[in-house]
Design a binder for this molecule. Structure first.
Ligand SMILES: [Zn+2]
Length: 243
């Protein structure tokens, strides 16, 4: 089981969860929402071979955490993965849009100077902006668009830019999400839960509950489940080798 975008530190009992993840998952990318959270989460999960912790500063809280900007930049050289970072163009975050963009540009600039990072990118209501930034600034890094909700043309654009997509169970619940997933080559797909922010049956998705994604992909492409499993494992290996 592979979960490439999960907020492990935000579940109710991360320590108990950690033990389960160690047993049940092949790999989890634990994204964080602030550099301070990255430090703490990295300490807690250090030594757990199948968990990597992404250095993040979530666009929705960037304005209130802008004093952590320098801290973030100084940690980039110490991390393998970046995330969750990106731009959120929702109405409630419009006031910080220019701050969000300038922060992301600086992060990418620093990451590129260091040979590039694998980055999990948030793009809600800002897909065009994110793709413009990737097109003009990303050369060595590997962008993974997390829970992409842009247009189908933007999906094509993203594919042409070499983007990857982390997809979660919620994307199979509506027509638009299904159309997006259909358009993405299987060789660019990696599962995510975005837990604990995605729920089913009144509780959050757990990082090992990605089988529903594989089932859906198997049905969508009429490819046996075992084959889908192999493709996804291979994709995760490719991403891990980029570090
Ligand atoms: Zn997230």
């Amino acid at each position: 089981m592979i979960d490439f975008h999960c907020h492990l530190d935000l579940y109710k009992n991360p320590l108990a969860l950690m033990k389960e993840v160690e047993k049940r998952c092949d790999f989890v990318l634990a994204v964080t929402t602030s550099p301070r959270a990255w430090v703490k989460t990295s300490q807690v999960f250090s030594g757990i071979g199948n968990i990597s912790v992404g250095l993040g500063l979530h666009p929705e809280i960037l304005a209130e955490r802008i004093q952590e900007r320098e801290l973030f930049m100084s940690y980039i050289s110490k991390c393998s993965y970046l995330g969750e970072i990106g731009v959120d163009g929702s109405l409630c975050n419009r006031n910080s849009l220019s701050m969000q963009e300038s922060f992301l540009l600086e992060v990418i600039k620093v990451a590129e100077k260091q040979g590039g990072k694998v980055m999990s990118l948030h793009s809600r209501n800002a897909s065009k902006k994110i793709l413009q930034i990737i097109e003009s600034e990303v050369y060595s890094s590997t962008p993974i668009l997390h829970w992409f909700t842009g247009t189908l043309n933007e999906v094509e654009w993203a594919i042409s830019l070499g983007c990857w997509f982390s997809i979660n169970p919620k994307m199979f619940l509506n027509k638009k999400g299904i159309e997006i997933v259909k358009k993405i080559p299987l060789s660019k797909i990696i599962p995510e839960t975005d837990g604990p922010f995605t729920e089913h049956a009144g509780r959050p998705y757990m990082p090992w509950e990605v089988d529903i994604i594989l089932d859906n992909l198997s049905q969508m492409h009429r490819i046996p489940l075992t084959e889908i499993g192999e493709i996804i494992s291979n994709n995760a290996e490719i991403l891990q080798k980029k570090l």
